[in-house]
Design a protein around this ligand. Structure first.
Ligand code: ADP
Ligand code: AMP
Length: 213
């Protein structure tokens, strides 16, 4: 089962993708997590990606596409995967589509987690991320058991640099201009499903599971 998660930054894609990965026993592939891991480890790729991420801009396709295709070519992705944060524009979606069709394959479901802008700003200000395992929390809605510490791996939680209000505005604009057109792209392919992302995370999850069957 190959799933693409769509939605504005902060809509809850990562939260749902992690839950889906666990339930269906498939990898959660987040290009944002891959970039953040590279930044943390001080790699050349990380340094290059950070220049764009800190401004709320997309990392150039040349870098992003290669990383994604390498990741999904790995053995653990044979049964399927849940993509979170990729594709983020039409050219990325086209490359993914072509790579899959060469293998006689395709994306089975594109799940659009729909959340209005007002909620997004609040969600991103309260988001706390674990840069070690990729887990995400919210100081009000999804707090960790122990403040500032990841439940899953015990590492420290941080406010992402790109979750600061100035950057969030840019990210929303980039989303509207470049990523939102993917809703049409996947609708035309007959695989798009909308879920109401303003609901509690367990209700959103149930709605997605009902779609996936
Ligand atoms: P995305 O991957 O789309 O950027 P996240 O999954 O990181 O979004 O979620 C953004 C923030 O909102 C996080 O702090 C997360 O804990 C919180 N969150 C996710 N889903 C919900 C929900 N259904 N209700 C309230 N808060 C949520
Ligand atoms: P995310 O963790 O999905 O919110 O992504 C954080 C940031 O990483 C984005 O604002 C972009 O700068 C970069 N990024 C993640 N995925 C992509 C992608 N598919 N294409 C370009 N940039 C990306």
């Amino acid at each position: 089962m190959k799933i693409v998660m769509l939605g504005a930054p902060g809509a809850g894609k990562g939260t749902q993708a992690q839950m889906l990965a666990k339930k269906y026993d498939i990898p959660h592939v987040s290009t944002g997590d891959i970039f953040r891991m590279n930044i943390k480890n001080g790699t050349e790729l990380g340094m290059e990606a950070k220049k764009y991420m800190d401004q709320g801009l997309l990392v150039p396709d040349e870098l992003t596409v290669r990383i994604l295709l390498d990741r999904v070519a790995r053995e653990d992705c044979r049964k399927g995967y849940v993509l979170d944060g990729f594709p983020r524009n039409i050219p990325q979606a086209d490359v993914l589509d072509e790579a899959l069709s060469k293998l006689g394959d395709k994306i089975d479901y594109a799940i659009n987690v729909d959340v209005p802008d007002e909620n997004i700003i609040r969600r991103m200000g309260g988001r706390r991320a674990c840069l070690s395992c990729g887990a995400t929390y919210h100081i009000e809605h999804v707090p960790p058991k122990k403040e500032g510490i990841c439940d899953k791996c015990g590492q420290e939680l941080v406010l992402r640099d790109d979750d600061k209000p100035e950057t969030v505005k840019n990210r929303l604009q980039v989303y509207k201009e470049q990523t939102q057109p993917l809703i049409d792209f996947y609708t035309k392919k007959g695989v798009l499903h909308n879920v109401d992302g303003t609901k509690d995370m367990n209700e959103v999850f149930e709605a997605i599971v009902a779609i996936l069957g």
